[in-house]
Every structure is written in structure tokens, then in C-alpha cells.
Design a protein around this ligand. Structure first.
Ligand SMILES: CC(C)(COP(=O)(O)OP(=O)(O)OC[C@H]1O[C@@H](n2cnc3c(N)ncnc32)[C@H](O)[C@@H]1OP(=O)(O)O)[C@@H](O)C(=O)NCCC(=O)NCCS
Length: 169
């Protein structure tokens, strides 16, 4: 009975300043110390994420998942970089990650954004609509496995011809 009540109490909300510490903790648990060496982190050091495009999953009073998005540009085209996405281990496989991704895309679309990219596992993201971007088209400020750079169009054709280095806006 209690677990059913907790499921019903799952909410998805815009990130607030009060969520910062728990989001750091969720990321530390999910990615470990290596998270600071990732190429996407180099981008985020120069272009902080936008809380208005970032979401948390809250179960009861507890933040159990988070997705962040950062407004960047690639070769002069404005796009959004998604990440990190993480869910507390004990709340995985309930659709929270998938819902955070869908809501992140919708939030970005409503904000007038045209395209999202991320660095992640094809097996997770491709069934959710992400597609590999042409190798060499997205240059990150650090080493990255190019096969893991995936894009989502929010507007048809938004990724066509986009190429260059990921820069802060
Ligand atoms: C990836 C992550 C956010 C998914 O969250 P979640 O709430 O469990 O996601 P969902 O419930 O929407 O989807 C779960 C499904 O995705 C699968 N999945 C999770 N990670 C996967 C991966 N890397 N590759 C392929 N499938 C994956 C699960 O096995 C599960 O499959 P099932 O539904 O057939 O059982 C979560 O596993 C996590 O925090 N992982 C550690 C951090 C991470 O890797 N983040 C992504 C960065 S690229």
C-alpha cells in the first residue's frame, strides 16, 4: 500500500536552486569521480546548465532523478546539450529516465530550441528518438567517443549542415 502511494506521488518539476546539492550527489553516485573528466563537463564549466531547461523527478519529498540541459552553439547554430541524466539506483527501470528525457525535449521545444545533442549509449537513447550525428560534425573540448554523440531534432531538419566546435552561447 505504501509503495503504491509513493508511486502515485511521483512528480516531474523544473530544477530549483534547492535541488543543487542532491543533484550533485545523484551524479556522484551514478558517474563517480570520473564525471569531472568527461568532455561534456568541459563544456559545462564554460556554459552552465540552464535550470529552466532542467528537470528533477521527485518521489514523495525526495529527488530521485535529474536531467540537465545547457544552451550552447555549434558552428554558429544554437542547440541544447543534454546531460547529465541520472536516476537513483533503487528507482531505476520504472520509466523515470525515459520520462525525464521526454520532458526535457518538450521543455526545450517550448523554449524555442530546435535541436538537442548528448554523449551517451546508443542502446538507451536510440529507442527514444536520438540518432548518431555525422562523425566529426560536433567537436567537443576534450576527447570523446564520436560514436556516442547523438542528436534529436525538435524541428524537422534542424541538424542538417550543423558542424563545428561546441561553444557557450
Ligand atoms: C540511464 C539511466 C538514467 C536510466 O534511468 P531509468 O529511470 O532506469 O530509465 P528507464 O526506466 O526509462 O529505462 C530503463 C531501461 O533502460 C535500460 N538501460 C539503462 N541504461 C542503459 C544503457 N546504458 N544502455 C542500454 N539500456 C539501458 C534498462 O536496462 C531498462 O531496460 P528495461 O526497461 O528493458 O528493463 C539510469 O540507469 C542511470 O542513472 N544510469 C547511470 C548514469 C547514466 O549512465 N546516465 C546516462 C548517461 S549517458
Amino acid at each position: 500500500m505504501l509503495s503504491i502511494a509513493r508511486e502515485l506521488d511521483l512528480r516531474f518539476c523544473a530544477e530549483t536552486r534547492q535541488d543543487a546539492a542532491v543533484i550533485d550527489d545523484i551524479a556522484a553516485e551514478a558517474f563517480g569521480p570520473g564525471r569531472f573528466t568527461r568532455a561534456a563537463e568541459r563544456v559545462r564549466e564554460r556554459a552552465p546548465h540552464d535550470p529552466a531547461l532542467s528537470l528533477v523527478a521527485i518521489l514523495g519529498a525526495e529527488v530521485v532523478g535529474s536531467v540537465r540541459q545547457t544552451r550552447v552553439s555549434i558552428g554558429g547554430t544554437d542547440v541544447v546539450m543534454l546531460g547529465p541524466l541520472a536516476v537513483r539506483p533503487r528507482f531505476k527501470k520504472r520509466g523515470i529516465g525515459r520520462t525525464l528525457l521526454a520532458m526535457a525535449a518538450e521543455t526545450a521545444r517550448i523554449a524555442g530550441e530546435r535541436a538537442i545533442f548528448l554523449v551517451g549509449d546508443r542502446a538507451y537513447y536510440m529507442p527514444l528518438g536520438y540518432r548518431p550525428l555525422p562523425v566529426g560534425s560536433v567537436r567537443m573540448p576534450g576527447p570523446v567517443d564520436e560514436a556516442r554523440i547523438l542528436g534529436l531534432e525538435l524541428v524537422a531538419g534542424a541538424w542538417e549542415g550543423v558542424a563545428g566546435t561546441v561553444e557557450p552561447r
